[in-house]
Design a protein around this ligand. Sequence first.
Ligand code: FE2
Length: 226
Amino acid sequence: MSAPRKGALKEVQAKAGKPAPAQEKRPGFAPETWFPAPVWSRHVPDHERINAHILSVLEELEANDRAITRSNVGGWHSAADLHLRPELSEIRRIIGNACAGCATHLSFDFDRFELIFQEMWLNRNGPGDFNKAHVHPNSILSGAYYAKVPPLCGNIEFYDPVRERVMSTFPVKERTRANTQAMEYKGKEGLLLIFPGWLQHSVQPNRSEESRVSISFNMGFRKKAG
Ligand SMILES: [Fe+2]
């Protein structure tokens, strides 16, 4: 066994039957975490019925409306004004209520301001389609609701917004929330994910033979009237 280099802090060995100090429970020693990057998730009840309706709306839109391109490479991306369509009012209400809960968590001032939908759109990623890494500029809260999720259709990946952290990477025994610089969520039908618009994310390529369908949205705010 080689002698530790001068100045190196030795790993503290546990004595028989006793945990090493690093493993001891130390109440009050956990750090306070500042500048969080929250991702909220919720499973929408009755999503089978809601999703069947969303898929029928998608079919109609694809037949009659134009597609646009944003972060998507391939796939079909609707116009971004679907929050104005009465046929999608139910999912709009569900998303809006969930976002209000997230904003309350962030101490948003609902006395003087209100949250508003800025954009809402439908995505259909076919086999091989994906979304490049991107943010949603000028959006307080953004997210995705999953209407159709075949196996292997691509997870959504989130990236550590603190770019400076790459300047002090260090070896770790395991990836945890405290040290990771990327993480991913597997989509699931009925899952609603909400996150700050500044949190960079991408969607992996769809490796299935079927399409993956989701609704995305951007929330803003305005001063209340009066
Ligand atoms: Fe996005």
